[in-house]
Ligand binder design. Structure first.
Ligand code: SF4
Length: 311
């Protein structure tokens, strides 16, 4: 299974595993390209983000009601900021590795990557001082160092391997083979009632969707993969039967990151559940129905200040 920063060998082995797994059962009516009729067709109303439907905060959907109907501003907290810090560091690491290889051409070397890594660390630490101030400085620092070190060392070895494969490489192919991910890949989900500006954490060509999750595993995150798969299918008419959830768990006292990749089969049951949730949330918004306060509010919910009076 791939690590935090997948390389081409991980992807090849994943696709080999997929061919040995039983096929995923997906009905035609639950493919994203069936948006013109049947269950996937959007019922109308605002275009929702995948994270509105699968945020995993509120089992009653009150967070979505408060956001779209009552226009209540969400409030940030430590866990949300830490999650964004990990996401941003991961994405910027991948982008900067690619930029460094493009800048130095086929002469790119491990030393140049190391220089780029140091510059990126300083830049992100300065940026995150203000942006993620709810995360203690010491934790911000080790997280940034840890993620950048892992990304640059993984792709430095990958670069060396790719360079030694052939004398006839061109720069674009070299970058794609060294870092086989496209981060923040944009999708237009309008045809299935989702936002026109969806972004998946990464697309691994030819058609594997990767989502990075920094909270405890939950079904909603599997549903998020389905949402993106439906949007992808509606836009490109290519089937997406499996996705990759990359769970990242942080242990601050031990300064450890635990990475647990999980392959998710995007079959009929998950697809139906996603569509039902979409429709239920749209109903709350269209008919101005307050679903009431959950009995199970997670402390990291960004609306807890509103629903629970400042808890
Ligand atoms: S605080 Fe509770 S009721 Fe309010 S949105 Fe969050 S989970 Fe739902």
């Amino acid at each position: 299974m791939p690590g935090l920063f997948p390389i081409i060998e991980d992807i090849n082995s994943l696709y080999r595993d997929f061919r040995r797994m039983p096929p995923v059962e997906v009905s035609e009516e639950l493919r994203g390209w069936s948006y013109g009729q049947g269950v996937v067709a959007p019922p109308g109303g605002p275009l929702l983000g995948v994270s509105d439907i699968t945020g995993g905060f509120c089992d009653r959907g009150r967070d979505v009601y408060l956001r779209y109907v009552k226009r209540v501003q969400p409030r940030d907290n430590y866990l949300l900021q830490r999650g964004r810090l990990i996401h941003e560091t991961w994405t910027r690491t991948i982008v900067e590795v690619k930029r460094s290889i493009y800048n130095h051409g086929l002469d790119a070397s491990i030393q140049e990557l190391a220089n780029t890594a140091s510059t990126l660390k300083e830049k992100l630490k300065a940026e995150f001082n203000a942006k993620h101030s709810l995360v203690p400085e010491e934790e911000r620092t080790w997280l940034v160092d840890r993620i950048i070190n892992e990304g640059f060392s993984t792709y430095a070895s990958s670069l060396e391997r790719q360079l030694s494969r052939s004398r006839f490489l061109e720069i674009d192919g070299l970058v794609a083979a060294t870092v086989p991910l496209l981060t923040e890949y944009p999708l237009n989900g309008e045809k299935i009632g989702l936002s026109r500006a969806l972004r998946i954490d990464a697309l691994i060509p030819p058609g594997l969707i990767l989502e990075l999750k920094t909270r405890h595993p939950r079904r909603e995150f599997e549903l998020a993969l389905v949402g993106y798969a439906l949007a992808f299918e509606s836009e490109y008419e290519i089937p997406i039967d499996r996705g990759l959830l990359m769970y990242v768990e942080v242990d601050p006292p031990k300064r450890r990151l635990y990475v647990r990749p999980r392959i998710i089969a995007l079959g009929d049951a998950l697809r139906s559940e996603f569509v039902e949730r979409r429709d239920k949330l749209l109903e709350l918004i269209l008919y101005d129905e307050d679903p009431g306060v959950s009995s199970n509010c997670p402390s990291e919910c960004p609306y807890i200040h509103y629903c629970r009076g400042g808890e």
